[in-house]
Design a protein around this ligand. Structure first.
Ligand code: FES
Length: 310
């Protein structure tokens, strides 16, 4: 769908928020807390961003973008090229980070721009009258977005770990005191997510939820294998130095993608034969072991041939 940039607002050093409204008025599609949209920035450049606003607000979406100076160009494009009034291409909302709304207690842990999916969660939890707490760490007050939206609630901890005398979140203590049947959510840098997963390893399955906003994904670019596409009838050689997605796009295969680093799930394809070399952070360990799905933006092949259902 096409949306218009209604407002651009400074939220913190390097972080702008963008209000996107339907072209021609009307309502935005409904979304659930934790959802994101994929934005098509230019040909071959798409990125996913969490929706920030209260899902009960239907007239617009709000996203926030951290300008990653050493990133791969998506946030730079938005910070440098987006202007108020411009029309941009956006997907329908998708949710890889859904919230269990009837949990006895909800623990939200955010690092930096990872605060964004937590805001609609808080709005919904407040509306439902549920028990929740938030732990939010940023480098410094200047670099912490949306503090004004959360600081007045009870049970909110805000920490700054990049200032003299600053402190980190004590994940062991935070997660350790959460009841066994609580649901815990973490969005932040990879190191924080890894620590969160390790800390909650003994929790009941499905009670500790994570979302990457970027990942240090090592793309499979060794090449040397062939893709057989059953629906389009094409056979494509993936050469050394290119990803599977590169090879598919070069061959004119119309395939959706957004993050290009194995975190958003947009480029998922069914595998009919062969063994993928999974590099993504999206599929579960069980799904990876089953070898029935592959994220083509980052993964490769362990066999000379992969048969894909596209
Ligand atoms: S494009 Fe996001 S997982 Fe592949």
């Amino acid at each position: 769908m096409q949306v218009r940039i209604r407002t651009i607002r400074w939220e913190a050093d390097g972080i702008n928020s963008y209000i996107l409204e339907p072209v021609g008025g009307g309502m935005m599609p409904p979304f659930e807390p934790g959802a994101h949209v994929d934005l098509q920035l230019e040909k071959g450049l798409a990125r996913s961003y969490s929706l920030v606003n209260d899902p009960a607000i239907r007239g617009y979406y709000e996203i926030a973008v951290h300008h990653a100076i050493d990133g791969r160009g998506g946030s730079r494009h938005i910070h440098e090229q987006w202007r108020v009034g411009q029309i941009v291409e956006m997907s329908e909302p998708k949710n890889n980070f859904p919230m269990v709304e009837d949990a006895s207690h909800t623990v939200l842990v955010a690092g930096g721009i990872g605060i964004t999916p937590m805001l609609p969660m808080i709005a919904r939890l407040e509306k439902l009258g549920r028990s929740w707490e938030l732990h939010y760490v940023a480098a410094s007050p200047d670099r912490a977005a949306y503090v004004d939206r959360v600081e007045d609630y009870d049970r909110v901890e805000i920490a700054y770990d990049g200032v003299p005398g600053g402190q980190r979140l004590d994940l062991k203590a935070i997660c350790g005191r959460a009841p066994t049947d609580a649901h815990l959510y973490c969005c932040g840098p990879t190191g924080m997510l890894d620590a969160f997963v390790a800390t909650n390893a003994d929790r009941p399955k499905g009670h500790a939820h994570i979302e990457y906003f970027s990942a240090e994904t090592e793309l499979a670019t060794d090449g040397g294998y062939t893709l057989e596409l059953v629906k389009s009838g094409k056979t494509i050689a993936v050469e050394e130095g290119e990803t599977m997605l590169d090879a598919l796009l070069m061959a004119g295969v119309d395939i959706g993608f957004a993050c290009s680093e194995g975190i958003c799930g947009t480029c998922q394809v069914k595998v009919l034969d062969g063994v993928p070399d999974h590099r993504d952070h999206f599929l579960t360990d069980e799904e990876k072991a089953a070898n029935k799905l592959i994220m083509v933006c980052c993964s490769g092949a362990k066999t000379a041939n992969l048969v894909l259902d596209i």
